[in-house]
Design a binder for this molecule. Structure first.
Ligand code: NI
Length: 254
């Protein structure tokens, strides 16, 4: 018998004050399903402070700090200071969201550049949130040559996938990929090289099939892993070993 390889949820929000499930139960279920580490992603200054506190309290949780494009109108100046806190493993989720435009485009772009600078100066990886905004995303991203990261919750075109891969980015997939009926989209997911694939939940959102409609939690990253292993005709162990190694490399986890 050898130890089962463990999975990492590379993008979740279980540290939030309004996360609807009891966290100790959530962690117990994740552990039982071999999901043993969780990267808690900030969406605002307050949420980033909470991610840091959560990572201090729970051994297997890591903090990523940043302000989501939706929330940039409420400020992002604190992120530079928070990024210097020991134990912070990345900057995010940051980027551009023109689907909702809860903050205006100029504010989103200013905040994105400012937070990319924070990442670049500290050599921290970035969790990117980009929705309907790749035309503005690429020139800004390209102006920060040293920055590396992951396109979280990627659902975009094969063209943008190819561009991302050329630029060395990792691709984060979650529950959306398990319930989309769009065959082109499925083919796009299938074409992501195993060496660039990251698994995530985005809990409490985007619960994978067959639990769609329930509250998402890190244990369900296993459903995403099983789904893509089956599509690729590889074992759960193979996808787990590869994606966990990717996560450790990108976020420099020990
Ligand atoms: Ni998220």
């Amino acid at each position: 018998m050898h130890r089962k390889p463990s999975m990492i949820d590379t993008h979740c929000h279980i540290h939030e004050s309004d996360y609807p499930l009891p966290v100790d139960d959530v962690i117990a279920r994740a552990t039982a399903d071999d999901v043993t580490e969780y990267i808690c992603i900030g969406t605002s200054e307050e949420s980033s402070r909470r991610a840091i506190a959560f990572a201090k309290e729970y051994d297997n949780a890591y903090a990523v700090v940043g302000v989501h494009p939706h929330d940039t109108k409420d400020g992002y100046e604190e992120i530079a200071g928070l990024a210097d806190t020991p134990g912070v493993v990345g900057i995010g989720e940051i980027g551009l969201d023109y689907f909702y435009t809860h903050s205006d485009r100029q504010t989103q772009m200013d905040a994105f550049r400012a937070q990319l600078k924070v990442a670049e100066e500290r050599n921290l990886p970035v969790s990117f949130h980009v929705r309907d905004a790749f035309d503005d995303f690429w020139p800004i991203f390209e102006s920060f040559e040293e920055v590396r990261g992951v396109l979280h919750s990627f659902t975009d075109s094969p063209e943008n996938l190819e561009k991302a891969l050329k630029k060395g980015l990792y691709i984060g997939v979650n529950g959306i990929s398990t319930f989309t009926k769009d065959e082109k989209q499925q083919a796009m997911y299938d074409s992501i090289p195993l060496g660039r694939l990251l698994l995530e939940t985005d809990a409490p959102f985007l619960t994978p099939h067959p639990f769609r409609g329930k509250i998402n939690e890190p244990a369900y990253v296993k459903l995403v892993a099983e789904y893509h292993a089956a599509r690729r005709g590889i074992s759960l162990e193979e996808i787990t070993v590869a994606t966990t190694a990717n996560a450790r490399a990108l976020f420099a986890l020990s």
